[in-house]
Design a protein around this ligand. Structure first.
Ligand SMILES: O=C(O)COP(=O)(O)O
Ligand SMILES: [Mg+2]
Length: 226
């Protein structure tokens, strides 16, 4: 049997331009074990990706703030505090880089994000005053509740569905994947990963983006066939 997978989306299933790599449609629907998408993106993104991949909807969104397993959704993280911090950031002259109607925050339930060209020092200063943290995934700044992490989300999925986290193989590219790497049995950082992810991973891959991810999946299939 191939092992179950927990996969990051941006930087891991995408290309360098952030587009989903079409090879995901070949390899993931035919994977003969659970595939969990674990992302910093808002809830609708991984849900729709599962839908169009033809995968059961088991997702970790908003860096662990939202978990869907066995049809049950759980939310952790203080959205109101994140919103208050974001409002304060704007009141002090900061710019999140999106307006209220933007899809980046519109469906976000447990945290708020800012574009990477936002004033990072001010964002961190304000977040700190609200007992929140800021993480930089390479795709956005996330203003979030400390302790809400993808790895905790994976543990929740496993509790709900009766899986063992140690059986999972994780692939990811950034700081928000480090917690997943600690919980999963085996972990791989793609070559484009940031230093935190590379440090946390068991193995740093030679190839970037979906090329790296596919190299893991191919070797897992080879191990299974051996
Ligand atoms: O939402 C982000 O900032 C990054 O998303 P990811 O966790 O799928 O890489
Ligand atoms: Mg990523």
């Amino acid at each position: 049997m191939v092992p179950p997978l927990v996969l990051d989306i941006d930087g891991t299933l995408t290309d360098a331009q952030g587009r989903l790599d079409s090879r995901a449609f070949e390899v993931l629907p035919t994977w003969d074990a659970p595939v969990i998408l674990a992302t910093g993106k808002a809830f609708p993104y991984p849900v729709s990706l599962c839908h169009y991949l033809g995968l059961p909807q088991t997702v970790i969104a908003e860096n662990g703030g939202v978990v869907l397993a066995d049809g049950e959704v759980t939310f952790t993280g203080d959205r109101e505090a994140a919103q208050a911090a974001a409002d304060e950031f704007v009141a002090r002259g900061g710019d999140l880089g999106w307006d209220a109607a933007d899809t980046a925050n519109r469906w976000r339930e447990t945290e708020i994000i800012a574009r990477l060209d936002a004033d990072e020092a001010l964002l961190r200063e304000v977040a700190d005053e609200f007992d929140l943290e800021v993480i930089d995934t390479g795709y956005a700044y996330h203003i979030k509740t400390p302790g809400v992490e993808k790895g905790v989300g994976l543990e929740r999925v496993c509790e709900t569905m009766g899986y063992d986290p140690a059986e999972f193989v994780a692939v990811g590219d950034s700081v928000n994947d480090a917690s997943t790497f600690r919980v999963a049995g085996r972990s791989f950082a793609v070559a484009n990963a940031d230093d935190v992810a590379k440090e946390a991973a068991d193995t740093v891959l030679e190839q970037s983006y979906m090329d790296g991810t596919l190299s893991v999946l191919e070797s897992l299939r080879e191990e299974d066939a051996a």
